[in-house]
Design a binder for this molecule. Sequence first.
Ligand code: HXC
Length: 222
Amino acid sequence: TASDPFVVKSRSPSGRVLILTLNRPKALNALSDGLFRQLNAYLAEADDDDTVASIVITGGDKVFAAGADIKELGANTFAAAYSRDALSSWQRVAAIRKPIVAGVAGYALGGGCELAMMADLLVCTPTAVFGLPEINLGVIPGAGGTQRLAHLIGKTRTMDMVLNDRKLSGKEAYDFGLASGLTKEGESVVAAATKVAEQLATKGALALQAGKEAVNACEWKR
Ligand code: HXC
């Protein structure tokens, strides 16, 4: 409902940055279908809104997202999910044309890690926890995370994460090239990500969009 949204929408002080905060704190921001519907709607709106220069996706200063909603996943069969193309809602985030900055504190696990990787820049706290624990559930990261991560940090580290649930700290994520920035001691990750997005907002809108598109063209076909 509007009074209890899965995603809270706000603007930076300049008004140029749209800040989308995942808001299911009791479920560690688990990414339910409802949450994704709202996130996608806000992102699509932002792409069409000239007053939005850049976008922050964050879970706030405690947790980014502990993955897809396991309770929903459990109710699904592969055939049902495949036939209704359940994963397409995830891919829509990657197709947004305006630059997206992820702000990650705490857990970014499974689908949460995949969502963070769909952003163009990623700011995290040194103690953030990135992981792909899907293997423990007998599944794989299904939203392109395996390919994205290999591009970002290399095959060996990715295998360790995907096959063996090796976690990365935020500090490691930065050292390995998954994160573009780290918060300073005591700094809020939301503030830090917003600062990066504000910097983007000073650049030309078309150049940002074209730059994003051109860089992504070297990775894979969507
Ligand atoms: C639904 C979740 C959840 C999730 C946590 N919760 N993760 N609900 N989906 N992914 C809920 C718990 O049920 C609990 O609710 C509350 O959040 C707090 O969680 P706790 O486990 O009590 O917290 P803590 O002990 O601090 O442990 C944190 C944790 C653990 C280590 C992150 O919650 C955990 O391991 N979660 C699952 C992580 C995971 O496997 N993610 C990958 C999902 S698969 P109650 O009501 O009991 O208080 C995936 C596939 C993606 O993402 C496919 C892409 C298409």
